[in-house]
Design a protein around this ligand. Structure first.
Ligand code: NDP
Length: 325
């Protein structure tokens, strides 16, 4: 049997965690032969609720789960962890501007980045889910100078999955028939779900749908899906976000084969995206490393949308620059 790995999840008593933790503990993320120790972080006010979640996890008697560590202390949470899923973040309150949100969460992610730098395993893989996810990941990465920047990522997998499911419904196909989907940029309404390179059962997706549907239906539906779920459900998406987080880490750790997935990662300058910006790219993964899919032709339509989401990320980065000074 393998040695247990320590997996940290912040915001452990929140909605997303309520679906995510049970699946991680069952082995769905790191495999059925990988024992796990969960490290759950919460704010002091939510520690009692976190205890309740832990009681439920205990009651599942998961064979792979060796222990649950609960704390409001970053050192306890991040010591020796090999995976860190940063889910907890302050939600936007009434009257709060986007910049206020960036700065409040900037403070949280500066501290978490520093603590990961000081206490986590050197190969820790970090996924930021809490919004604004790309910029929170950027802040954590910059606050952790001793760790490899490549280990800081943010989640656009839910956007990717939403795009797959919309295209499958439109073309009457199965999601498994769809290959080479791409989501570029920020996990926000400026993201660019791109089917220029996508195939459906081997045929170019762009030959199966018209441009009018792409522009006026597909792109806005994927961009606005979170808001549509809040409207219908009265609460934000949680189980789908939790599942996407699990898939992001699972695929990063276990490999994608030649299947493309979207991950927001520090740019290496590919496709003209400024180096270091946490931008969503199409990637494949192997042996715990991701590589950006190279050589895609970018037409004018795509470039304009890739530029718009890049610009938003640069503005977010500039708005928090003084926190990192
Ligand atoms: P959720 O578990 O529903 O969401 C957590 C974060 O994930 C939010 O920032 C949310 O952003 C984000 N998110 C990213 N993608 C998605 C998506 N597709 N759909 C929905 N959410 C998405 O929030 P809760 O309020 O239920 O729980 C948060 C928990 O975090 C609380 O228990 C709180 O105590 C804790 N917390 C912990 C902190 C810490 O440990 N230091 C700091 C702050 C909070 P958005 O809201 O924009 O949708």
């Amino acid at each position: 049997m393998k040695q247990p790995v320590r997996v940290a999840i912040t915001g452990g008593a929140g909605q997303i965690s309520y679906s995510l933790l049970f699946r991680i503990a069952s082995g769905e993320m790191l495999g059925a032969d990988q024992p796990i120790i969960l490290h759950l972080l919460e704010m002091p006010v939510a520690l009692e609720a976190l205890k309740g979640v832990a009681m439920e996890i205990d009651d599942c008697a998961y064979p792979l789960l060796h222990d649950i560590v609960m704390s409001d202390d970053l050192k306890v949470t991040f010591t020796d962890v090999e995976y860190a899923l940063l889910v907890g973040a302050t939600p936007r309150g009434p009257g709060m501007e986007r910049n206020d949100l960036l700065r409040i969460n900037g403070d949280i992610f500066t501290k978490q980045g520093k603590a990961l730098n000081d206490y986590a395993k050197r190969n820790v893989k970090v996924l930021v889910v809490g919004n604004p996810a790309n910029t929170n990941a950027y802040i954590a990465m910059k606050s952790a100078p001793d760790l490899d920047a490549k280990n800081f990522t943010a989640m656009t997998r839910l956007d990717h999955n939403r795009a797959l499911s919309q295209l499958a419904a439109k073309t009457g196909s199965r999601v498994t028939d769809i290959k080479k989907m791409v989501v570029w940029g920020n996990h926000s309404a400026t993201q660019y779900p791109d089917i220029s390179h996508t195939t459906v059962a081997g045929k170019a997706a762009k030959e199966l749908v018209d441009q009018e549907w792409i522009v006026n239906d597909f792109i806005p539906t994927v961009q606005q899906r979170g808001a549509a779920i809040i409207k219908a459900r009265g609460k934000s998406s949680a189980a789908s976000a939790g599942y996407a987080a699990l898939e992001h880490v699972r695929d990063w750790a276990m490999g994608t084969g030649d299947n493309w997935v979207s991950m927001a990662i520090p740019s290496d300058g590919s496709y003209g995206i400024p180096e270091g910006l946490i931008y969503s790219f199409p990637v494949t993964t192997k042996d715990g490393e991701y590589s950006i899919v190279q050589g895609l032709e970018i037409d004018e339509f795509s470039r304009a949308r890739m530029d718009a989401t890049q610009k938003e990320l640069e503005q977010e980065r500039d708005a928090v620059a003084d926190l990192l000074a």
